[in-house]
Design a protein. Structure first.
Length: 414
């Protein structure tokens, strides 16, 4: 009886161990995502494909360019992840259900000239899609990275080999654990530093003067609204001191109204809007290196400190277009009734750069998404240029199968 009991006891432990190993192996594909990723987006494909959530119903087919998702070898019952590596390269990670079917699918695409024939490297398989996207996969993970020019693809392939062979990755990191707390089918956690340069400044408002943009994070849930991707979230930091300062700063903001949002031209590259008492807002702007750099970059010619002190209500700052030689900022603000006039030059420049009724205003749904938030940031995707343009273009291409044609991205602070 004792021997039988021991056999049963060991059998139970073996079953538990087998179950644990099986459970862990299901998520083994996540180890491919590098732990040092600066941004991470999770996509619950099955949930996101629901038309009731405002997402393109053909997401499975369009995202992976297959006519029958059941035969592509990719397990779309598991979440798909998008990440940005420390060098700014974009990546997509999905779980593989059948390596053989994945081989067959890519071979069919190669026969149609849609990708290069697959090649084997250290038990891994690789191909190139659309000239600049490398596809690598093992028996449990698919990794797509790019964009990369031809000369850089060999080095990127070596980097992908390291990721595909890694025993540990993003799982267990603070960034991944924060992402797991978000319930939306499409959710994001990102360093402020990973964003296009024009977008960094508003997210660092409230951080201590010695904080770096890599220490400030944005956590947001995402959904679509007629050509607009809406990101609703908050800024935070894993550093306790920085996080406390960021959370404390939120108390100064009040809900935005629509009045000045209607003055934003539809084609403006970047807009930040908030409602606050300027005397409380000014210290936050002064201590933000990124905000000071933004003002320097646009060549502000007014006494910005005195101007912000006069604000009591909505404040809209917009950059119409990216022009390295002559980048401008335009304004609209509710000023105090008892405000003190600025110096003559500043008053003249303020009048010159004040927003007026535009020839084409923002779409009504974009205005509605910004109004009521405590701070809002707007990006017009097709107006982005400079060092992040290629990344933004690639990001837009990845968003399209999820959300359809995307023209604007709106961030709403909760």
């Amino acid at each position: 009886m004792e021997i039988l009991s021991e056999i049963k006891r060991r059998g139970v432990w073996l079953l538990l161990l087998s179950w644990c190993c099986f459970s862990c192996s299901d998520d083994g594909y996540l180890n491919v995502i590098p732990a040092e990723s600066t941004a991470l987006i999770s996509i619950d494909v099955a949930d996101a494909a629901s038309a009731s959530k405002g997402v393109n119903a053909n997401v499975l087919k369009s995202l992976f360019r297959v006519s029958d998702v059941a035969d592509c070898g990719i397990d779309l019952s598991a979440k798909v992840f998008l990440f940005e590596s420390v060098d700014g390269t974009l990546g997509i990670v999905a779980r593989v259900k059948s390596e053989r079917k994945l081989d067959d699918w890519l071979n069919k695409l190669a026969a149609k000239g849609l990708c290069k024939p697959t090649q084997e490297r250290r038990d891994l398989h690789f191909t190139v899609m659309r000239q600049s996207w490398l596809v690598g996969y093992s028996d449990d993970a698919l990794l797509v990275m790019g964009p990369a020019v031809s000369m850089a693809q060999s080095e990127l392939m070596r980097q992908m080999m390291r990721y595909l062979k890694a025993d540990e990755g993003i799982v267990g990191t603070p960034l991944f654990e924060r992402l797991e707390t978000l319930s939306s089918p499409v959710a994001m956690v990102s360093q402020a530093q990973a964003l296009p340069q024009q977008l960094i400044a508003p997210f660092t408002l409230g951080a201590p003067a010695d904080a770096d943009a890599s220490q400030v994070f944005i956590a947001a849930e995402m959904h679509a609204d007629k050509g607009c991707v809406v990101m609703e979230g908050e800024t935070f930091s894993f550093d306790e001191k920085i996080n406390a300062a960021l959370q404390q700063s939120q108390n100064i903001y009040r809900p935005l109204t629509e009045e000045y949002l209607r003055l934003i031209p539809a084609q403006s590259l970047f807009t930040m809007a908030m409602n606050a008492d300027g005397r409380q807002l000014l210290p936050l702007m002064r201590q933000s290196r990124e905000f000071r750099a933004l003002l320097t970059g646009v060549g502000v010619k007014i006494d910005i400190d005195k101007f912000v002190e006069q604000v009591d209500g909505d404040l809209v700052l917009t950059i119409p277009a990216y022009d390295e030689e002559n980048m401008q900022m335009e304004w609209a603000a509710k000023l105090r009734d008892d405000r003190t006039p600025l110096d003559a030059d500043s008053e003249q420049q303020l009048e010159k750069t004040s927003l007026t009724t535009p020839a084409q205003a923002l779409p009504e749904n974009v205005i509605a998404q910004m109004a009521g938030s405590h701070m809002s940031v707007l990006l017009h995707l097709s107006s982005v240029s400079g060092e992040k343009q290629e990344i933004v273009n690639a990001f837009s291409a990845l968003l399209k199968p999820l959300f359809g044609e995307v023209e604007y991205v709106v961030y709403r602070r909760r």
